[in-house]
Design a protein around this ligand. Structure first.
Ligand SMILES: Cc1cc2nc3c(=O)[nH]c(=O)nc-3n(C[C@H](O)[C@H](O)[C@H](O)COP(=O)(O)OP(=O)(O)OC[C@H]3O[C@@H](n4cnc5c(N)ncnc54)[C@H](O)[C@@H]3O)c2cc1C
Ligand code: SF4
Length: 331
């Protein structure tokens, strides 16, 4: 048994002050990831600062027509909110593709973005892992890595980022709001998660003691359609082998706007800028969509056992874009 302290924060300031004053403190939101990792001995905070009851559980309209999602909004509430379902279907679909109904009732927006990788070595304290114990090695590279990265990995870590919601937020150009001892700042959602490089212990750009307070969505683009699709080993309760979030506007048969992000392929949601460059202004046809996916996935460097993810992601991207463009074969 490892003893740990517990305190419930009554305000954002109190939570941030408590975190700054207590080395080894960690925020606890829904606990669906953190408590599991504590049981496994992967995380061992000295103090849990419970932020689950902070008044950050609202979805608010922003003056520019966007939405602000409080960090404590539960996944189930966010997926079901009419403003999200109607204006940002890709986000609602991504949430519903993740975890289970029971988990979504508890899991929060902030906790979802900050959940840790599901790499089996990371979760097994008997094994080395650079993310859990920097410098100890990465057995996944030569070991079991079927579910792991094909893009942007490093010699130090080949893990994938597990959140479905993060992939939708990257495609939507959302912004993450953070509050720390030095005040507030924002980070684009597409840049919030990091590539592993030689510091795989850092999943995101969040700084020690910072609290994620909200996620802002820009106003929806007029005429745009959006969709999330995920390939996984089981129909529920499974993380993405590959997934795609896409936002598309077509005018007079040409792609006017396209935003595409892949999940399950990298240590971060993979915003597909090379694919987007091919799409913009091109005819909205399957041939264009295939060329765009080719352009992005040319950078893939699969490991021994996960090469299947590349054609899988390609097929998902082409299928989703074709659906959004209303092409009959994928209707
Ligand atoms: C069986 C199972 C299947 C799952 N399947 C999926 C899936 O398919 N797709 C998917 O996306 N997710 C999946 N999940 C993950 C689930 O979505 C996450 O466990 C959940 O979103 C975490 O949210 P939480 O509020 O419980 O976070 P917690 O467990 O409380 O916290 C997670 C981490 O975030 C930190 N944290 C939490 N809130 C904040 C904050 N506001 N500011 C700063 N730090 C914070 C905590 O310190 C901790 O490090 C699954 C989980 C389980 C158990
Ligand atoms: S892939 Fe990353 S998380 Fe998995 S063992 Fe290697 S260093 Fe650890």
């Amino acid at each position: 048994m490892r003893p740990f302290g517990y305190l419930r924060a009554g305000s954002v300031d109190e939570a941030v002050r408590a975190a700054a004053g207590q080395p080894g403190a960690q925020f606890l939101a829904g606990g669906t990831n953190l408590v599991d990792l504590m049981k496994l001995g992967v995380e061992s905070p000295r103090t849990l600062i419970d932020v689950g009851r902070l008044p950050l559980d609202r979805i608010e309209e922003l003056p520019d027509g966007g939405l602000r999602i409080g960090a404590m909004v539960r996944g189930a509430d966010l997926a079901a909110a009419p403003a999200v379902r109607d204006r940002y279907p890709v986000l609602s679909q991504a949430l519903l593709a993740g975890a289970s109904g029971q988990l979504r009732n508890v899991a929060t927006t902030g906790g979802n973005l900050l959940q840790r990788t599901r790499c089996g070595y990371f979760q097994d304290t008997a094994k080395p892992c650079n993310k859990r114990e920097p410098g100890s090695g990465c057995p996944a590279r030569e070991g079991t890595h079927r579910d792991l990265a094909v893009l942007g990995h490093s010699a130090h870590c080949v893990a994938t980022q597990p959140s479905d919601m993060a992939v939708a937020l990257a495609a939507l150009d959302a912004t993450v709001r953070l509050h720390g001892p030095e005040g507030e700042r924002t980070v684009p959602a597409a840049d919030f998660h990091r590539l592993p490089g030689d510091t795989p212990e850092r999943d995101t750009e969040i700084r020690l003691g910072e609290l994620l307070t909200a996620v802002d969505l820009p106003p929806p683009r007029p005429g745009a359609r959006s969709r999330y699709r995920k390939a996984r080993d089981r129909a529920s309760f499974a993380f993405a082998l590959a997934s795609v979030a896409a936002v598309l506007t077509v005018r007079d048969g040409l792609v006017e706007y396209a935003a595409l992000a892949f999940g399950g392929l990298a240590h971060r949601p993979w915003r597909a800028r090379a694919a987007e460059a091919v799409l913009h202004g091109a005819p909205a046809t399957e041939a264009t969509f295939a060329r765009a996916a080719d352009a992005e996935l040319a950078a893939a460097a699969p490991l021994r056992d996960n090469g299947f993810k590349v054609p899988l992601a390609h097929a998902l991207a082409v299928g989703v874009l074709a659906d959004l463009a209303g092409l009959a074969a994928h209707g």
